[in-house]
Write a protein that binds this ligand. Structure first.
Ligand code: COI
Length: 368
């Protein structure tokens, strides 16, 4: 099997989908569907074996997988994934936002889950190869993008609990608009009761399925309480704010400072989180990464010392949080609407992503 070294140019052999969606069908499917439910015409793939390393790089028609029912991923969840977006600029060009950061996190997540890290240049080459045939799937309307979902799965049929000796890399693409069905409006969050997302030494820092699977029951409970998202507290003290089901969280204070939970190994190190911090600090704003007790947040919202809360992530971008709910607690944040700083940081970030503002940080990478 072909093996890569960093100096070798990586090439994905492209076999075009013989029955791609027609222009009309693609337009119909791209029109306001729920997040992550529409797929482009192709998949990029690569295969890893213990003997040969990474090889068999290819782009082929999007299709279901053939997977042995005993595959490690199905039984023991040996998998990791990423999320990043391709943005269409007004001049038609297609750009990625900090893809090398996602590549690095993908490799770090893989290492934690005893999967072979995909080299960064391979990650980027697969995206370029997929976009070379699926560029038409990058939408052009405001707030839309092509969400890219890289995935590594253990495919070996083996019920022994040990790392898979065969691994498949898959890159799929889904045209998306806003993550939340009601668009970019303030969301309400429910504080998880008796459930934690991650513990010390666990997999909280890795982008792996189990973290998200474990968030679904608390997320259902959030919905039962009329909330859009669940907020997790730390597992040791059940007191400190960590993150939402699939996004990081920030608090804006009346004194102008901004707080966000520090990363401790249990919190996903969001690329959007990092970018928001850099933009705010670049403005001279005090951004404090620290432990945030829920009690302090609650009192701050009640007294007006905390004026805004927002969530951020690739999918959610920057989403205002209008309400914080727990048993015997139902607080409106600020006036319940999108706060001024939340709106401005969302605007700053998306202006860079869509090429409406200069890319002073060198975050954007043109692919097509
Ligand atoms: C993302 O923001 O890209 C995520 O992965 C969050 C969620 C859709 C799982």
């Amino acid at each position: 099997m072909e093996q890569s070294t960093p100096s070798e140019p990586l090439s994905y052999a492209v076999t075009r989908n013989p029955t791609p969606a027609s222009d009309a069908e693609r337009a119909r499917r791209m029109d306001s569907q729920p997040f992550g439910t529409v797929w482009s015409d192709h998949l990029a793939k690569a295969t890893w074996t213990l003997e040969g390393g990474w090889g068999s790089r290819r782009v082929e028609a999007f299709s279901d997988l053939v997977l042995h029912p005993g595959a490690t991923v199905l039984h023991y969840g040996q998998q990791v994934f990423e999320g990043l977006k391709a943005y269409r600029w007004a001049d038609g060009g297609i750009h990625l936002f900090r893809p090398e950061a996602n590549a690095a996190r993908f490799a770090a997540s893989a290492a934690r889950m005893a999967l072979p890290p995909l080299p960064e240049e391979d990650f980027l080459a697969s995206i370029e190869a997929l976009l070379s045939v699926d560029a038409a799937w990058v939408p052009a309307q405001d707030e839309t993008s092509l969400y890219l979902r890289p995935l590594l799965i253990g495919t070996e049929a083996c019920l022994g609990v040990r790392p898979s000796m065969t691994v498949e890399y898959l890159l799929m693409a889904s045209p998306v608009g806003a993550y939340f069905p009601h668009g970019v409006k303030p969301v309400s969050i429910w504080v998880a009761q008796g459930f934690h997302r991650a513990g010390a030494g666990g997999t909280g820092q890795a982008k792996t399925a189990g973290n998200y699977a474990a968030s679904m029951l608390p997320q259902q409970q959030a919905a039962d309480h009329g909330c859009d998202q669940v907020l997790f507290l730390d597992a040791i003290h059940d007191a400190y704010v960590e993150e939402l089901g699939g996004m990081n969280v920030f608090a804006v204070r009346r004194d102008g400072s901004v707080w966000t939970p520090r990363v401790t190994g249990t919190i996903l190190e969001g690329v959007t989180r990092d970018s928001v911090i850099e933009l705010l600090r670049g403005d001279g704003r005090d951004v404090i990464e620290r432990d945030i007790p829920l009690a302090e947040l609650r009192d701050g919202i009640a007294s007006g010392a905390v004026t805004e809360l927002f969530a951020c992530g690739t999918a959610a971008v920057v989403t205002p949080i209008g309400r914080l709910v727990a048993p015997e607690l139902d607080l409106v944040v600020g006036d319940g609407g999108a706060g001024a700083l939340t709106q401005s940081i969302r605007g700053r970030l998306t202006d860079i992503q869509y090429g409406r503002a200069p890319d002073e940080h060198g975050w954007m990478q043109r692919v097509v």
